[in-house]
Design a protein around this ligand. Structure first.
Ligand code: UDP
Length: 242
């Protein structure tokens, strides 16, 4: 994908939710294992010190801005993105469309039992969707997992191992995988399974999902300190530009 919008060295696709869904469905029709990522400010920041993560993000067929911080960052830099397209919202909508077309999804990640519960919920929410396999995210050797996925031959593989593990996993395993499209989607299976809750609507409307997650899980504070660093770097870059 060319013409990406640069935010601190990470190129984002400036697309609406509808455009993102359309692109994902098109990618699913094309042969070969492709992947997509949804970086938030923390991932953008980590790309500065993690070459492999940067390579995984650069090699993605679709790079969506997950997190209002990226959208603000792009705006401050004078290159506004069309929309925030969060991973969890995107996945829910994509699975709905896949259901209408009878497509197959494989769920990889989270603690044992979570992907099964997420699969039950998805079957209930999206009639027509085929959940063709699940595997938890705490495996040592990727070989047998890749084999299991290849036997199921999904159109879409949800890779929910947390960042940067999931992005690195997709980069490493894409050549061996018999899938059409895969996406790094963090804690999305926990949300479907009900083991994690999304922020209430009013917080989502105010773009405060990050604050909700911090309140629920204060141990995230270390990771979240990358957010002010990200914003300071964006402002510094803007000031240099004049
Ligand atoms: N996880 C996993 N394998 C690991 C580490 C984490 O499957 O080795 C899962 C974890 O159980 C959780 C998800 O990855 O379901 C990470 O969720 P989080 O909300 O932290 O995602 P992030 O904010 O990193 O995208």
């Amino acid at each position: 994908m060319t013409d990406r919008t640069d935010v601190l060295g990470v190129g984002f696709d400036s697309v609406t939710m509808e455009e993102a869904l359309e692109r994902a469905m098109t990618l699913m029709e094309e042969p070969g294992a492709k992947w997509m990522v949804t970086p938030n400010p923390e991932i953008v920041w980590t790309c500065r010190e993690n070459e492999k993560l940067k390579k995984a993000v650069e090699g993605a067929s679709l790079v969506l801005p997950d997190g209002i911080g990226v959208v603000y960052g792009a705006k401050i830099l004078g290159r506004p993105l069309k929309a925030k397209v969060g991973g969890a919202d995107f996945a829910a909508k994509l699975l709905g469309i896949m259901g209408q077309k009878g497509k197959k999804v494989f769920l990889l990640g989270s603690k044992p039992g979570v992907a099964e519960a997420a699969a039950d919920k998805m079957r209930e929410l999206y009639p027509g969707l085929i959940v063709c396999g699940v595997n938890d995210g705490y495996f040592k050797d990727s070989g047998p997992v890749v084999e299991k996925i290849n036997e199921a031959a999904p159109d879409f593989l949800m890779v929910c191992l947390g960042a940067p593990k999931q992005e690195e996993w997709m980069l490493d395993n894409a050549p061996a995988l018999n899938v059409r499209l895969m996406a790094g989607l963090g804690g999305t299976l926990d949300v479907f399974a009900g083991t994690a809750k999304r922020a209430p609507q009013w917080m989502l409307r105010l773009n405060l999902e990050w604050l909700y997650r911090l309140c629920k899980q204060p141990s995230r504070i270390g990771r979240m300190m990358k957010l002010p660093a990200f914003l300071l770097a964006v402002i510094a870059q803007r000031l240099r530009k004049g």
